[in-house]
Design a protein around this ligand. Structure first.
Ligand code: GRF
Length: 231
C-alpha cells in the first residue's frame, strides 16, 4: 500500500546497463518483493546492455528478466544505435527508462523523445563533478561531503532536473575505493526511492526545471562533515 492506502499500478520500466550491475541488483531486489512498503512500484520488463560482457546481464538473467545486447560498435553512428535502442524499448512500452551504469551518451533526439521519462544515477552531488572519475576528483578537490544524485536526463550530460541526493562524509585518509563504496551504498538506497516516486506520480518537473517531490516525510535537516559542535 502507498500512503493514500491505494495499491499503485505497477509500471513497466526498462533498465539500460553497461557494467557491473549493482544498482540493477538493488532495483531487482525491491521489484521482486511483494510488500508494497518496500517495493519499487515497477516491473523491470527488460534489461538492455551495449556491452555483451556486462556483469549486469548475469544479474538480469538470474532474475529471469529478458535481456537485449545492442553492441554500439555494430552501428555506424550514435543516431543509428539510438534508433535501434528505441525500437527495442518500444517492445516493452516502458513508462520509464532507467540508466544504471549505462556509459553511452544518448543523442538529443532520443532524449527528447522520452522527455521526462529517462532517469540516471550519478556518483556525485551534482552539479559538482559531472562526468567520469567523480570520486578521484572529489578527493583531489578536498571536499568534506560527497555523494550521489538521481536525476532526470536531458541532452546536456549530467545536468538534468535533480530528484534526490544522498550525502556522505569524506573521511580522512579515504582511498578512492573506500569513498566509492560509501557512495554506492547510498545509490542503492536513493535510486529505488526515486523510481518508486516516479511510478507513484509524485514527481513534477516545474517550469524552472526543478523537481517537486510529493513525499510524506519531511527533510531531515542539516548534514555536516566533519560534525560541527552545536552551541
Ligand atoms: C554507479 O556508480 C553509478 O552511479 C554510475 O555508474 C556506476 C554503475 O555501477 N552511473 P553499477 O553497474 O550499478 O554497479
Amino acid at each position: 500500500m502507498n500512503d493514500s492506502g491505494l495499491k499503485p499500478t505497477i509500471k513497466p520500466i526498462v533498465v539500460l546497463v553497461s557494467g557491473r550491475g549493482s544498482n540493477l541488483q538493488a532495483l531487482l531486489t525491491r521489484a521482486n518483493k511483494e510488500r508494497w512498503d518496500t517495493a519499487l512500484g515497477a516491473k523491470i520488463a527488460s534489461v538492455v546492455s551495449n556491452r555483451a560482457d556486462a556483469e549486469a546481464l548475469g544479474v538480469a538473467r538470474a532474475h529471469h528478466v529478458p535481456v537485449h545486447i545492442l553492441d554500439h560498435e555494430e552501428f555506424g553512428s550514435r543516431a543509428a544505435f539510438d534508433e535501434a535502442l528505441a525500437r527495442t524499448l518500444e517492445r516493452y512500452a516502458p513508462e520509464l527508462i532507467v540508466l544504471a551504469g549505462f556509459t553511452r551518451i544518448l543523442t538529443a533526439p532520443f532524449v527528447e523523445r522520452y522527455d521526462g521519462r529517462i532517469m540516471n544515477i550519478h556518483p556525485s552531488l551534482l552539479p559538482a563533478f559531472p562526468g567520469l572519475d567523480t570520486h578521484r576528483r572529489a578527493l583531489q578537490a578536498g571536499v568534506r561531503i560527497h555523494g550521489c544524485t538521481a536525476h532526470f536526463v536531458t541532452p546536456a550530460l549530467d545536468s538534468g532536473p535533480i530528484i534526490v541526493q544522498a550525502a556522505v562524509p569524506v573521511e580522512p585518509g579515504d582511498t578512492e575505493e573506500q569513498l566509492a563504496a560509501r557512495v554506492l551504498a547510498q545509490e542503492h538506497r536513493i535510486y529505488p526511492q526515486a523510481i518508486r516516486w516516479f511510478c507513484e506520480g509524485r514527481l513534477r518537473i516545474g517550469r524552472s526545471g526543478a523537481v517537486t517531490v510529493d513525499a510524506a516525510r519531511p527533510a531531515e535537516g542539516a548534514l555536516t562533515a566533519p560534525p560541527v559542535e552545536s552551541r
